[in-house]
Design a protein around this ligand. Structure first.
Ligand code: HEC
Length: 480
């Protein structure tokens, strides 16, 4: 409430973050964390081959270099942009949450930036010096060491960020002692890191298989070996990932598991929950079978089959991220701050006095008969707009219309009764933070939007209004 509210009334803020974040995680896991160690190992294998058969050794080296070219171009462009983009979009959408995270994790973020810059330097050196490294044995050895360092640094960025992601789900002891150490070693940290690391290795392997299909033709001598090596890589990591997934699942707080059916599908698909799980499970088994086939009979593996593991693992990771984001609700930081950016401990105060008097950027510090609809809009912006729109995706008006049923007009009494209980009906919504007058105003706003729908503009296009309660009075300014 101390910040102006950014809002996208068509796509919603959630979708904006989801698109950027999922794209980033896919690139980070499949093309950095899991892919670079695999490329480095391929380069090393080529280097060893060269001693016995120079030509074959050079073919391995060339394959690894071409793969790294793809990794280099994508990670340093879309990868880096979306990485910064996640924090940009998250700070726009929920500045209070990012503010709290920065206070707890300042030194972690600071180290993260240094590691990230080093990672970029290493990736430049690794790719751009590749051809030169073939001039002498010593240069090649040094180059492979760069690859190994780059692999470690890519993983280290994950080591830091996963601590923050785990913290948002379950801050653990931090809730009582507020120390950086407790925050970093939250209960979900190690299980999540243990799950993500092998998953990233598998995704790197699946992407490598896909590239082998593009770069090597049937007649290339190393094609079979490359397919069976990469399939083996996938096979080795998959049981590790499975154990990680089970461990992670067992540490997720029970209260969050209630959200799981909605998180996997959306609510409309709740009853499909089991079948969706079955499809995901079946798809993973199919890609493992393909990896097994690729390992045992690489020559017989049909080309289209190489695309399946990558599609399956991408969908799998995409759903995993969605689930992780969803089951954390109604909190943005477990038990500490709700997804609307309001702290749990401030709720009693807001529910008594209302939220508007405490909001810095509202035109209406108090609800009156004349400003009711405008005040209702301000309440909507503070309490609902992190997750709902008025005219677009997850529209609050449409949600109420669905509850009322087709053909019937919205009923003010029903809305007023629903909102104070909404967090009991659906666990993922925070309780309504405002008081009685604000509930009235919000209801009036929803009814008005049902009659005259309006695209609601956020502070980024509508500009900001400082609440008369919070703006400095002229006399004050003169006194300075
Ligand atoms: C943390 C995010 C979040 C916040 C904040 C939030 N909601 Fe929701 N709300 C949701 C989600 C998610 C759904 C379900 C979407 C679906 O159907 O899949 C939902 C559904 C609803 C529904 C339909 C429920 C039903 O029984 O069919 C109503 C009505 C609703 N919200 C009203 C509100 C109002 C009013 C506010 C603000 C006072 C609000 N919500 C704040 C996330 C939120």
């Amino acid at each position: 409430m101390d910040f102006p509210i950014f809002h996208l009334d068509f796509m919603g803020n959630r979708l904006l973050i989801a698109i950027i974040a999922i794209l980033h995680v896919l690139i980070n896991h499949a093309l950095a964390v899991g892919f670079i160690p695999l490329v480095t190992i391929l380069e090393y294998l080529g280097f060893r081959q060269r001693k016995t058969n120079l030509e074959i050794g050079m073919q391995w080296d060339e394959l690894a270099r071409k793969m790294m070219f793809v990794g280099f171009v994508i990670t340093t462009s879309i990868g880096a942009l979306t990485g910064v983009g996640i924090w940009f979009s998250a700070s726009l959408t929920n500045p209070a949450a990012i503010g709290s995270l920065i206070r707890v994790f300042y030194s972690a973020w600071f180290s993260e930036w240094i590691i990230f810059v080093l990672e970029v330097v290493f990736i430049m050196l690794y790719f751009l010096r590749w051809k030169k490294s073939n001039e002498s044995e010593q240069a090649k050895r040094r180059h492979i060491r760069f690859g190994a360092a780059l692999s470690v640094f890519s993983w280290l960025t994950m080591v830091i960020i996963v601590a923050i992601l785990g913290f948002m789900m379950d801050p653990g002891n931090w809730l009582s002692d507020r120390s950086f150490f407790s925050g970093f070693t939250n209960p979900l940290y190690i299980p999540q890191l243990y799950f993500r690391t092998p998953l990233a290795m598998m995704m790197g392997g699946a992407f490598a298989l896909f590239l082998i299909l593009i770069f090597l033709k049937k007649e290339d001598t190393i094609r079979e070996k490359a397919i069976s090596f990469t399939s083996l890589w996938l096979l080795i990591w998959s049981p590790v990932a499975l154990v990680g997934a089970l461990l992670y699942r067992s540490t997720i707080p029970e209260s969050m598991m209630g959200n799981l059916p909605t998180a996997v599908g959306t609510r409309a698909f709740i009853n499909w929950y089991d079948s969706i799980l079955l499809v995901i499970f079946g798809a993973v088994i199919i890609s493992l079978l393909i990896a097994l086939w690729g390992f045992l009979k690489p020559r017989k593996l049909p080309r289209p089959a190489l695309v399946i593991p990558i599609i399956v693992l991408f969908i799998f990771l995409g759903s995993f991220e969605r689930v992780r984001e969803f089951i954390r609700k109604p909190f943005v930081i477990g038990e500490y701050m709700y997804a609307n950016g309001l702290r749990v401990k401030d709720y009693p105060l807001y529910q008594k006095n209302g939220i508007l008097p405490y909001a810095t950027y509202v035109s209406t510090p108090q609800v009156t008969e004349e400003n009711k609809i405008e005040a209702g809009k301000n309440v909507f912006m503070i309490a609902c707009s992190r997750c709902h729109t008025v005219t677009g995706i997850n529209s609050v008006v449409r949600k109420f219309r669905n509850i009322t049923g087709p053909g019937k007009p919205l009923n003010a009494e029903a809305i007023k009764q629903y909102i104070p209980k909404m967090h009991q009906v659906w666990y993922y919504m925070p309780p309504f933070p405002g008081n009685e007058a604000e509930l009235d105003a919000l209801t009036a706003f929803i009814l008005e939007m049902d009659k005259n729908p309006q695209y609601i503009r956020g502070a980024q296009s509508a500009g900001v209004t400082i609440s008369p309660k919070h703006s400095r009075k002229k006399s004050n300014r003169e006194g300075i």
